[in-house]
Design a protein around this ligand. Structure first.
Ligand SMILES: [Zn+2]
Length: 271
């Protein structure tokens, strides 16, 4: 049914309807308790989000699971988007005018912000994945064969993508290839801090089985604490940035609704 309705509504109209819907929510939820730095509006509450599956609790998965106060009513940003926005703003030298950014599977709120900074040097794209909203006019490309020359980008943002890709090593290598030496990539994935070795099995293709093992119907693995090592194997240096390192006060963490135990995986191409 959802598919049928989608076919009936042209893409441009769908975009317009979503904007009207978000404006409506912005008014309904307006208040003082919470603040979204991306749309710079305050709200009485944010919306719940994420999938409620046993594996999320069993494996203590960070970056997944059903959570309250996740989605901003006004711009649709998630807790993760607001964390990354805060990281980008608190890291000197990362954002400068015309910085060459590649944003893979762009989150709408974050995309608008990065595009404004980077101006003409912002590129985004995604491999089409049914059931997800990508915003209007997002080009489609193959993450295993990126349509860009070597050493092009100074910053890559690619969040919650690698867990969908069977050959994640190849995707990591492609990201590495298009980055300038010294460039940084933000590569967030859902991961389990109690799992020493990533679980993956290409034979598991049934959505229900994937939900059970990996935490989402279309995930092909669950990353463990070896995730940074997998990035190092393709040549990256990896930094794991915590909220303490970012010096985000607990009051402010609560105000903008970000997950206290989330860390940011920064993969650097050696200079
Ligand atoms: Zn917002």
């Amino acid at each position: 049914m959802k598919k049928f309705i989608k076919k009936l509504i042209p893409r441009r109209l769908g975009y317009l309807l979503r904007r009207i819907y978000l404006s409506f929510r912005r008014i309904i939820f307006s208040g003082k308790k919470y603040y979204c730095p991306l749309c710079q509006q305050s709200y009485k509450s944010m919306l719940s989000g994420g999938f409620d599956l046993p594996v999320n609790n069993e494996m203590k998965i960070i970056g997944a699971g059903r959570r309250s106060n996740v989605v901003c009513p006004g711009c649709g940003s998630t807790d993760r988007d607001r964390l990354l926005y805060t990281y980008l703003n608190n890291t000197p030298g990362l954002l400068k005018p015309f910085v060459k950014i590649l944003h893979i599977a762009p989150e709408p709120g974050l995309s608008k912000f990065l595009k404004n900074i980077s101006k003409i040097a912002y590129k985004s794209g995604v491999k089409y994945h049914e059931g997800f909203y990508y915003g209007n006019n997002i080009p489609l490309f193959d993450i295993l064969n990126l349509p860009f020359e070597n050493n092009k980008f100074e910053l890559v943002v690619c969040n919650h993508v690698l867990e969908h890709i069977e050959n994640d090593k190849r995707a990591m290598e492609e990201i590495f290839r298009v980055m300038q030496p010294g460039a940084k990539a933000i590569l967030q994935v859902p991961w389990s801090p109690i799992l020493n070795e990533t679980i993956e099995d290409p034979a598991i293709t049934d959505p229900k089985e994937r939900e059970k093992k990996f935490g989402q119907f279309d995930h092909v693995r669950l990353y463990g604490t070896d995730y940074p090592e997998r990035l190092r194997k393709v040549g990256f240096d990896v930094d794991i940035v915590t909220l303490e390192q970012l010096k985000i006060k607990v009051d402010y963490q609560n105000k903008i609704c970000i997950i206290p135990n989330e860390v940011i995986f920064i993969a650097k191409k050696p200079a």
